[in-house]
Design a protein around this ligand. Structure first.
Ligand SMILES: O=P(O)(O)OC[C@H]1O[C@H](O)[C@H](O)[C@@H](O)[C@@H]1O
Length: 428
């Protein structure tokens, strides 16, 4: 990942940071880097995520998938157990990957009617093996397969921990199981079996994805001025402390739209603690230039806008036209137009004093995507260190999970009583 934070400097942006402040911050970046490196070395909880490029065994993933040559992959998982896999296959153009990461009955039914179940690989992913949405969807899909005369046990692969209901079920039916890596929270697990199984099943080069992650790891360095991941993290942190409490993440590539969702979980769940954390907003260039850009340019100066694009892409020429007012488009390309819009938006934000950072990758291939995921994770871990928040836990999410389970009669959870105690003040 290449980072250009010129438009986030104090000389350009209302919430910008001066070079001098960044130089002072760099001392703290160096200390944070030491902490991160020792955490990686000792495979400490959370920090172990940044060791995945070396620790993930692509051979084990491939052997769990032996004998499968699916037309489509259906991932049943949620949050960190779905978004990494969706991000990777979308970025690499594998549209045959579908996922059920919600319990909307209409969507579930519609998808099950559309999929060729006899040639679909069912990929069930849950670190805990207890997440209600995932297990409920799994039971529904399993029944649909049985009703369609498909032996679900022949078409299912599971990624889960060493214990829990999903592991027990996988053992009972002798299903192929990929382990979730130790000490790696779901949102940091894209470069493990959690994120790589669908990609591998659909013929992506998972070794190259991991090699890209390893390049990101090798690029970690004790100065933000020498390390793109830390440059992005340090600038995002510095801007947050100067009032940029929203991070609008805007990829200029449809294939990276799921990445914006993945980034939102990474940033929100890791950094939203102790009254701190930038609120991630998902957007897409150029589409959202025609909707959200008004706010980003002229609304409150409480944002960092992160613009992301691949430098190279397969292009499509725009045909010549004899309509005089459109002649400027003819002879150009859709990619050329998208790039022009990217640069125009960047300049328009800067002209309004709105902080923005440019992230670029060479192209959307397996190596670049692996590196991008790794470096955004490293950026997030760095922000956690600088802000002094515990980036690897999600107590607020767990609270809601317990409340929902309590309501469904899945145990005695005191959080469920909060639902009954809700203050009501209706207007009908
Ligand atoms: O993998 P699972 O245990 O099913 O968890 C799936 C998701 O559940 C929770 O909501 C957590 O906050 C997420 O971080 C996690 O990714």
């Amino acid at each position: 990942m290449n980072v250009d934070f010129g438009n986030a400097l104090a000389s350009e942006a209302v919430t910008g940071v001066s070079e001098g402040s960044l130089e002072r911050l760099d001392d703290r970046v160096r200390r944070a880097h030491d902490r991160i490196e020792s955490g990686i070395g000792d495979r400490e909880f959370g920090y172990a995520s940044l060791a995945l490029p070396e620790d993930t065994d692509p051979g084990a993933i491939r052997s769990a998938l032996e004998g499968f040559d699916p037309e489509a992959v259906l991932t049943v998982g949620i949050g960190g157990s779905a978004l990494g896999a969706e991000t990777i296959t979308a970025a690499l153009g594998r549209s045959e990957h579908y996922s059920l990461d919600n319990v909307d009955p209409e969507r579930t039914r519609e998808l099950l009617e559309k999929l060729p179940l006899e040639s679909t690989l069912l990929n069930v992913v849950s670190r805990s093996g207890t997440t209600a949405e995932t297990l409920a969807n799994f039971l529904v899909v399993r029944k649909a397969m049985a009703e369609a005369g498909v032996e679900w046990t022949d078409r299912t692969v599971v990624t889960t921990g060493d214990s829990g209901p999903l592991r027990a079920l996988a053992d009972e039916h002798d299903l192929p199981v990929c382990p979730v890596p130790d000490g790696v929270p779901g949102r940091f697990s894209a470069l493990s079996a959690v994120g790589l199984v669908p990609a591998a099943a659909l013929g992506c080069d998972i070794e190259a994805l991991l090699a890209g992650g390893a390049v990101g790891q090798a690029a970690l360095a004790p100065s933000l001025f020498e390390c793109p991941a830390y440059a992005y993290g340090a600038v995002a942190y510095a801007l947050e402390t100067r009032g940029a409490t929203t991070n609008a993440f805007v990829p200029y590539a449809e294939a990276l739209e799921p990445l914006a969702e993945w980034f939102a979980q990474l940033w929100a769940e890791s950094l939203g603690k102790d009254g701190l954390g930038q609120t991630p907003v998902r957007a897409l260039g150029a589409t959202d230039q025609h909707s959200q850009l008004q706010l980003y340019r002229a609304g409150r100066k409480d944002k960092l806008v992160t613009l992301l694009r691949p430098r190279e892409r397969e292009d499509e020429p725009i045909p010549e036209t004899d309509i005089e007012s459109l002649s400027y488009l003819g002879g150009s390309t859709l990619g050329g137009l998208l790039d022009a819009e990217f640069e125009a938006t960047e300049a328009s934000l800067a002209a309004a004093g709105q902080a923005n950072v440019r992230l670029e990758v060479d192209r959307l291939d397996a190596e670049s995507v692996g590196r991008l995921l790794y470096e955004l994770e490293a950026a997030c871990v760095l922000v956690g260190e600088l802000a002094g928040v515990e980036a690897f836990t999600q107590p607020a999410v767990e609270w809601g999970k317990r409340a929902a389970r309590g309501l469904l009669g899945g145990g005695d959870f005191e959080e469920a009583t909060a639902v009954e105690e809700k203050t009501v003040r209706r207007v009908e």
